[in-house]
Design a binder for this molecule. Structure first.
Ligand code: WTA
Length: 585
């Protein structure tokens, strides 16, 4: 990558600061001091396993609270604003996850086996993930919006032996293509079940209320999150039990969680934020969490803050921008005064959205930068540290993130380069499931984990995210690989070739745009565009369907057949395409 110098003087003079009062009461009191003295080994002492040597996340997140003073504390508040309004204490979750562990054991699911978790956002989703942990098996969360192709890819690659789902979602699981999948556990199935199906409610009713966790080691598997790169199908980032050390400490210092907080992480456990910071971080700290079911709805979001008196809120820039575009009148009737801290993740938070949030809530969302593969927050803004508006932040104490050239040499301030992290933080993925070559690609610059993002550092040591170095798309905060969308597109009978890019969008960050060459005998039309987008929606996922389609004669490719997305992006902007001499023909 060329090291383009960034316009340093304008950055320095135009930047606005969020200054923190010196008296601010934060868990992390002094960032600079923590960078000097903090050691991950010291965090290990917060866990029972540091004394017993017996590790299982379900013990640290649930059982030890249920055995102590937090026994009757609410761990999970849940509503779907329709038929359900429930609360579960740590003791309730201990019993439910024990029962679910028994259900899995009875089916013969063992330590290390993979269990697909394909459920809408309900309490059962959380019970299923933690119950899977209890027996030492590895949950593979599958986002509720995924359709057949996406489900097949993930269940097949992970060779899941069981999958927890609902009768409605079951239709998207292609059983004949999944020989390893032996059992379905169906939530809300009623009476009619096939021979290899188990009714969740019936099985849970008959199961004992206690199951001792399977005791594991630090390196045993915790969870597999499938995520997208710019080439190939989605890949499974495998995390290990030891990751909890990172979840715990970042939830304490970056999210600034405290015992008395009511915490709302809006992410679905189908994505890493929904587990690292929707389950592991808050519950290893013993904090009460709010989960709401159903679709995004601005009115309900503000209502949720009022209803539960949410004090700490973790969401994403697209959500903040959607609240912003819904207008100032919607929050007016609600009492948002319970909020004391807000964080943001997944995409850069533009200053306009940050300032709007501050106007509505009195609080500026603090950025956190991290990835599925890092497992935990790496670059953050902290409650006790002044930050620059629009800036990603500073490395979490005990981690080292910086900007390097392609040879791994650190770059001086204001030079654009690769955003990298020094390996060795506790939550770094352990492997890419079934794919050591893909894992090695992350370490292609010796000595560094290569994020695939570009960034620059300023003279004060703050890191500024600049973009992706590859073709990965972030749409409404969700990570989508262009290859997966292109594969889904070319399966449509009218499509000969397809190339997909992320097109900048004011609300969603990016939207998916597809350039399509049609097969002979098919004519471009708006109706065909809709049909093709609908085809991706029903086969892959709604969030992965192109919002824009352009018909072209040919999709530009290199001689070796690689789609030239650089050319597609230039076409989209109406710019000259530059040197295309490597194109075929
Ligand atoms: C992007 C989400 C700018 C980045 C936890 C990264 C961000 C990718 C930020 C990982 C941020 C995440 N500012 N960009 N604060 N946080 N990203 O795996 O491009 O879904 O590489 O993990 O999101 O996305 P993933």
């Amino acid at each position: 990558m060329a090291n383009q110098p960034v316009d340093a003087p304008s950055l320095l003079t135009n930047v606005e600061w969020e200054r923190k009062p010196p008296s601010i009461d934060a868990n992390l009191k002094d960032y600079a001091e923590a960078c000097r003295t903090f050691r991950w080994e010291d965090v290990e002492r917060e866990f029972d396993w540091s004394r017993t040597g017996k590790i299982n996340i379900v013990h640290e997140a649930i059982d030890r609270h249920a055995a102590g003073t937090r026994r009757d504390k609410v761990a999970l508040y849940y509503t779907d604003y329709d038929t359900r309004d429930e609360r579960y204490t740590f003791d309730d979750l201990k019993r439910h996850t024990s029962k679910f562990g028994h259900v899995l054991k009875r089916l013969g699911v063992k330590r290390g086996d993979r269990v697909g978790i394909f459920l809408p956002r309900t309490p059962e989703l959380y019970v299923a993930i933690l119950g899977t942990h209890r027996i030492g098996a590895i949950p593979v969360p599958l986002f509720e919006a995924f359709m057949e192709q996406a489900i097949q890819d993930r269940l097949s690659d992970s060779a899941a032996i069981a999958c927890v789902t609902t009768p409605a979602l079951k239709a998207r699981i292609p059983r004949p293509a999944l020989p390893a999948l032996k059992h379905l556990i169906l939530v809300g199935a009623g009476g009619t079940l096939a021979a290899d199906e188990v009714g969740y409610e019936q099985a849970m009713a008959g199961a004992p209320e206690w199951l001792e966790p399977e005791w594991l080691t630090k390196d045993d598997g915790l969870i597999i999150h499938y995520t997208s790169g710019s080439t190939g199908k989605s890949k499974g980032a495998l995390h290990r039990q030891y990751a909890m050390v990172g979840h715990y400490q970042t939830a304490k210092w970056a999210l600034d969680l405290r015992d008395e907080d009511i915490y709302w992480c809006t992410a679905d456990p189908g994505w890493v934020t929904g587990t690292s910071y929707g389950i592991y971080g808050p519950w290893t700290l013993g904090v009460s969490s709010v989960v709401i079911g159903g679709r995004f709805d601005p009115d309900r979001w503000y209502q949720t803050i009022q209803k539960y008196r949410v004090s700490m809120w973790y969401s994403a820039p697209t959500a903040y921008r959607m609240l912003m575009s819904a207008g100032e009148a919607i929050p007016k009737p609600y009492d948002l005064s319970s909020l004391r801290h807000i964080c943001s993740v997944g995409e850069p938070l533009n200053p306009e959205a940050l300032k709007w949030m501050k106007k509505i809530t009195g609080l500026a969302p603090h950025e956190t930068w991290w990835m599925t593969e890092t497992g935990m927050q790496i670059i953050c803004n902290y409650r006790s540290l002044d930050f620059k508006i629009g800036c990603t932040g500073k490395p979490f104490p005990g981690t080292y993130a910086t900007v390097v050239d392609d040879q791994g040499k650190e770059l001086p301030p204001f030079e654009l380069g690769n955003l990298v992290v020094k390996p060795g933080w506790p939550s770094m993925m352990k492997a890419i499931w079934n794919n050591p070559a893909k894992f090695d690609e992350y370490f292609r610059i010796p000595g560094w984990y290569v994020s695939g993002d570009t960034a620059m550092k300023d003279a004060d040591g703050y890191l500024w995210y600049q973009g992706r170095a590859d073709d990965v798309i972030k749409t409404a905060g969700e990570r989508v690989g262009p290859f997966e969308v292109e594969s889904a597109l070319v399966a449509h009978p009218a499509v000969a070739e397809a190339g997909v890019i992320g097109k900048p969008d004011a609300v969603r960050g990016q939207i998916i745009k597809a350039f399509i060459a049609l097969r002979k005998g098919h004519e471009p039309s708006d109706a065909l565009k809709q049909q093709i987008a609908g085809f991706v929606k029903t086969n892959l996922a709604a969030h992965a369907a192109p919002r824009e389609i352009a018909f072209v004669e040919k999709v530009p490719k290199t001689r070796s057949g690689k789609i030239m997305r650089r050319v597609l992006r230039a076409w989209d902007r109406g710019e000259p395409v530059g040197d295309i001499s490597t194109m075929e023909e």
